[in-house]
Ligand binder design. Structure first.
Ligand SMILES: Nc1nc2c(c(=O)[nH]1)N[C@H]1C(S)=C(S)[C@@H](COP(=O)(O)OP(=O)(O)OC[C@H]3O[C@@H](n4cnc5c(=O)[nH]c(N)nc54)[C@H](O)[C@@H]3O)O[C@H]1N2
Ligand SMILES: Nc1nc2c(c(=O)[nH]1)N[C@H]1C(S)=C(S)[C@@H](COP(=O)(O)OP(=O)(O)OC[C@H]3O[C@@H](n4cnc5c(=O)[nH]c(N)nc54)[C@H](O)[C@@H]3O)O[C@H]1N2
Ligand SMILES: [Mo]
Length: 758
């Protein structure tokens, strides 16, 4: 690489993750968004027993007492919400929607917080202020004229349990189970796969388990950026000598080396701690093959020397071992090596380390779920854990890293398009209306219904629906066909500007802000990645006097839509404790909800697998057989590469905080394609060349032109580009059939030099 051409904004990053760079970035986030006197108050209140839950990620804290002030990306999430910048009615009056659409996603959100309820006026092509009551009345009028199943109710995972619970009551009393939500693009394979294997769609480990584990396998997640508070746990485990085995196509710096900003010695001496003890650059979509290889090797070891598997556990607690063993025996090593991109020797070494460990945790993220075989991947992880009884044992278990800070809670309180009969029965008994039983739409199906013109209205409790989904060419146009769209948000984004016949934009309180209702200040609750439920109380003065809370906005719409509603909306809003009473009566595990959140740290929802209880139909944990290794047989092309879409370090999903990706060495730009040098050479490309990318799946022709190809340490055969820009290459119907989650991390593509392609 000595004589590599210089590419503007691209350079090697040689330091560890964390360290002084993280402290500096925290200070910059504060300086650019907030008053310096307000910032310490906000940051110090984050994840404290009487403060608010960090809107950054769903990683838990011990007794909800975090060392948050050192989490760089948490600080970005808080300062971004608590910014001094505002988007006022005067601003909207001077900026027609068509001109705002010219701005980048970064520029749109950086305009600041929304301050007033607004309604789109097509004559002037501007958003105009509207009173809350007039807006609610008009929305009610339109909704009443529609078939309930033509209305989509989207949830993004920042909404509180209370807001989400009211949202699902509104939709179900209105008459539909159409609940597209961000989880459908994220951890749905977990929600679908885990119940089939172990009876519940949630992770089984607690923070304490990390203190007792003997091995960690980290698959397909980038915690230095997306779950920075997890780095403390990995740092600690590494210092204890726990092997940490990483599977990731990209060399992610935080998984290699990390300097803990709380460790005085490391900070003072500029030292860092290695994180991964072994780093395997699996091919995009190659995890199923890698997992099968590790398991095949374990069974071979068992045959050779016995005493490797936990046979008592397998006999007492599981079903289906023989079928799994037969499938693994029939799977050939050469196929495993080809599909995973990892040698037989390496997979055998992982199996040997795993065999030795008495307690193993497997952590995983989007690198596992966002594939055609996402659900199978999740279930294969379970298989590997079950073979050695690594469930319901201290220091062991499965640890999905959830995305949005309350996405797990939203699902728990009823945001699902496939509700159980039990839950619907409880709603009927307690609330007195008959909820619909017909299954509704998830995120992709909701968008497909909009594209087809069958869905007429979309109500978004947060998020950036059209930008988060694949194929903007279809999604953006479909937004314009709607009779009604309603967005509840904190900051302006592109989905808000893709207006329909009538569109309303409602500004809401953020998690950091005080929420005062008729009965006084209100707390909300959230559930973290480890099923801990706790209260969160905003402390900052709201960004504008006109803001309403999410529960109040949902209740306002529901009241105006259903004058004869059985739900006492106004009473529920006066005191959120009343909403929690309803949750306690209709959702298992929430008994004494109000009393239990009074305790700092809250409480843990029931997780039967931690007691080796399996709520599957058979009453046992189920081994799963994944036939074959390959994820799709439709695409054959010798020069195919698999495209991974990833988050930069300065981004929160579709929210772009700034234009850098420090740990990957990319600065002030996002228009790059990360490539393996050998793949570049094979295509006659040099570092810095412009390339055009084409999707190879049958169907719509998807293209992204003039990205700058850069050499990166990424598995051969895999390329990576930033989400959401690269969504123009992801087909809307290319997904995991079990869960409906788009294959955002393994799109078959062809990369051509821009000079030669046409
Ligand atoms: N600061 C910040 N925090 C966040 C978010 C954010 O955008 N910014 N988003 C939140 C949300 S909603 C979510 S879901 C999580 C996302 O957190 P992550 O799960 O960490 O998500 P990604 O950054 O999309 O990518 C994960 C990693 O998977 C790897 N990968 C890609 N393909 C494969 C594969 O085939 N196999 C394997 N083994 N690895 C692969 C990529 O190289 C990358 O390192 O973070 C949450 N927290
Ligand atoms: N190509 C590709 N696409 C992906 C992914 C990928 O890895 N690759 N990841 C997928 C994943 S994991 C996810 S979770 C989805 C994310 O999809 P979404 O959840 O829909 O998107 P976000 O970018 O998180 O939403 C940002 C908007 O939320 C609003 N907001 C922020 N805070 C609040 C709040 O407190 N209340 C309300 N009401 N609104 C608020 C703001 O207006 C902001 O503009 O994207 C998915 N899309
Ligand atoms: Mo997510």
């Amino acid at each position: 690489m000595a004589n590599k051409r210089k590419v503007p904004g691209v350079r090697n990053y040689n330091g560890p993750a964390g360290g002084w760079g993280a402290l500096k970035a925290t200070a910059t986030a504060v300086r650019e968004q907030m008053d310096t006197f307000k910032a310490p108050m906000a940051l110090l209140r984050t994840n404290q027993p009487d403060g608010f839950d960090c809107p950054g990620c769903a990683w838990p804290d011990k007794e909800h007492k975090s060392t948050f002030q050192f989490c760089e990306n948490g600080a970005k999430a808080v300062t971004w919400e608590a910014t001094n910048k505002r988007v006022t009615p005067e601003f909207f009056a001077g900026h027609p929607v068509s001109t705002l659409l010219q701005r980048s996603d970064y520029e749109l959100e950086d305009l600041g917080r929304l301050t007033h309820p607004m309604r789109y006026d097509s004559a002037s092509d501007t958003y105009q202020p509207v009173s809350w009551d007039d807006a609610f009345a008009r929305i009610g009028e339109i909704l009443r004229s529609l078939d309930p199943d033509a209305v989509e109710f989207y949830t993004s995972g920042r909404a509180s349990n209370e807001a989400a619970y009211l949202f699902q009551l509104f939709a179900r009393e209105f008459g539909t189970n159409n609940f597209p939500d961000c989880s459908n693009m994220c951890h749905e394979p977990t929600s679908v796969g885990l119940p089939r294997s172990i009876g519940i769609g949630k992770g089984t480990v607690s923070l304490d388990d990390f203190d007792h584990c003997e091995m960690i396998i980290a698959m397909g997640h980038n915690p230095g950026t997306n779950h920075p508070r997890m780095m403390g746990v990995l740092h600690e485990a590494s210092r204890r000598g726990v092997p940490i085995v990483v599977f990731n196509p990209l060399r992610e710096r935080a998984l290699e080396r990390f300097a803990d900003p709380q460790n005085m010695l490391e900070m003072a001496t500029y030292r860092s701690t290695p994180i991964a003890s072994s780093y395997f650059q699996v091919k995009a979509g190659g995890d199923a093959a890698a997992l099968k290889g590790i398991m095949k090797s374990l069974l071979e070891m068992q045959e050779a020397c016995g005493d490797i598997l936990d046979n008592d556990f397998i006999a007492e607690h599981t079903n289906g071992f023989e079928a799994l063993a037969a499938d693994l025996a029939a799977t050939q090593w050469q196929d495993i090596v080809r599909e995973s991109g990892i040698s037989q020797g390496d997979l055998e070494a992982v199996a040997a380390a795993y065999a030795k460990s008495n307690a193993t945790i497997i952590t995983y993220g989007m690198g596992i779920t966002q594939h055609n075989e996402g659900t199978a991947n999740v279930r294969l992880i379970c298989d590997l854990l079950l073979l050695k009884g690594n469930m319901g044992k201290e220091g062991a278990g499965i640890c999905p890293l959830r995305g949005h800070s309350n996405v797990q809670g939203n699902r728990t309180v009823g945001i699902t398009e496939k509700p159980s009969a039990d839950f619907l029965g409880k709603l009927k008994d307690v609330l007195g209306f008959t909820p619909p039983t017909k299954h509704g739409h998830d995120a992709v199906r909701a968008m497909q219904a909009m594209v087809a013109g069958d869905a007429k209205a979309l109500i978004c409790l947060g998020g950036n629906f059209a930008v988060a989904l694949p194929d903007p060419g279809q999604c953006f146009a479909a937004m314009g066909k709607l009779d009604l769209s309603v967005h509840i948000g904190t900051k302006l984004n592109r989905s808000h500007l893709l207006v329909g016949k009538e569109t309303f934009l409602f500004p809401c309180l953020g998690r950091t802000e005080q929420d005062i209702q008729a009965m006084g200040p209100q707390a909300i609750t959230v559930e973290d990645s480890m099923s801990m439920v706790h209260a969160s109380m905003g402390k900052l003065k709201p960004a504008s006097g006109e803001l309403r809370s999410e529960p109040a906005i949902v209740a306002g719409m529901a009241n105006a839509t259903m004058p004869a509603s059985k739900v006492a909306w106004t009473k529920l809003i006066a005191d959120y404790g009343q909403i929690r009473e309803l949750i306690a009566k209709t959702i298992p595990g929430f008994e004494d909800f109000n009393a239990r959140i009074a305790k700092p740290g809250g409480f843990r929802l029931p997780l039967p697998p931690t007691e080796r209880k399996w709520t599957t139909p058979s009453g046992k944990a189920e081994f799963y057989v994944f036939p074959g290794l390959h994820e799709d047989k439709q695409v054959h092309s010798d020069d195919m590469l698999r495209l991974i879409t990833i988050r930069s370090h300065d981004q929160y999903n579709t929210t772009i905080y700034a234009m850098d990706d420090r740990y990957r060495g990319v600065f002030w730009r996002r228009d790059v394609l990360f490539m393996n040098p050998a793949d570049m050479e094979a295509r006659g490309l040099a570092h810095g060349d412009k390339v055009d990318i084409e999707t190879l799946t049958p169907g719509r022709k998807l293209r992204y032109e003039k990205l700058t190809a850069i050499e990166f340490n990424i598995a051969p055969g895999s390329v990576a580009a930033y989400y959401p820009e690269a969504n123009r290459l992801v087909p809307l119907d290319y997904m995991d059939q079990d869960s409906g989650t788009p294959s955002y991390k393994s799109v078959p593509v062809k990369v051509l030099s821009s000079e030669t392609s046409q």
